[in-house]
Design a protein around this ligand. Structure first.
Ligand code: HEC
Length: 104
C-alpha cells in the first residue's frame, strides 16, 4: 500500500510537470519519450533529437500550420513526407512534443 502511494504521487507529479510545461528534467524526459518513431528516425538527424535544431532549423517555436504544411511540401533542403510515411496522428503528437502546444 505504501509503495502504491509513492508510485501514485510520482506519476501525478510527472503529469502535472508536463501539463504545466515546466522545464524540469522530469518533463524533458517525458517530452522526449513522446516523439514518434518517424520523428526519431527521419527528422532528428536534421532537426536534433529534441527538435532543437541542427542542419535544419529549431522546431521548438513553430506554429501548427507551418509545421503540418512543411512536412507535406518540403523544399529548400527539407524533404517532403507523405501520409503513409508520416501519418497525421504522428504529425500532431510530434508537434505537441516539440512545442508543448496542442495541434489545431
Ligand atoms: C535532410 C534534412 C532534413 C530532414 C530529414 C527533415 N528536415 Fe525539416 N527542414 C530541413 C531544412 C533545411 C529546413 C529549412 C527549409 C526552409 O528554409 O524552407 C527544414 C524546415 C522544416 C520546418 C519549417 C520550420 C520553420 O520554422 O519554418 C519544419 C516544420 C520541419 N522542417 C519539420 C520536419 C519534420 C517533422 C521532419 C521529419 C518528418 C523533417 N523536418 C525532416 C531539413 C530537414
Amino acid at each position: 500500500m505504501k509503495l502504491f502511494t509513492v508510485l501514485t504521487v510520482t506519476v501525478t507529479f510527472g503529469t502535472l510537470a508536463l501539463a504545466c510545461g515546466r522545464p524540469s528534467s522530469m518533463s524533458q524526459v517525458k517530452v522526449a519519450a513522446a516523439f514518434s518513431t518517424t520523428f526519431t528516425g527521419k527528422c532528428a538527424n536534421c532537426h536534433g533529437a529534441a527538435g532543437e535544431g541542427d542542419t535544419g532549423p529549431s522546431l521548438k517555436a513553430v506554429d501548427y500550420a507551418t509545421f503540418s504544411t512543411k512536412v507535406r511540401t518540403g523544399g529548400r533542403g527539407m524533404p517532403k513526407f507523405a501520409t503513409d510515411v508520416y501519418p497525421d496522428s504522428d504529425v500532431k503528437s510530434d508537434f505537441t512534443a516539440l512545442t508543448g502546444k496542442a495541434a489545431q
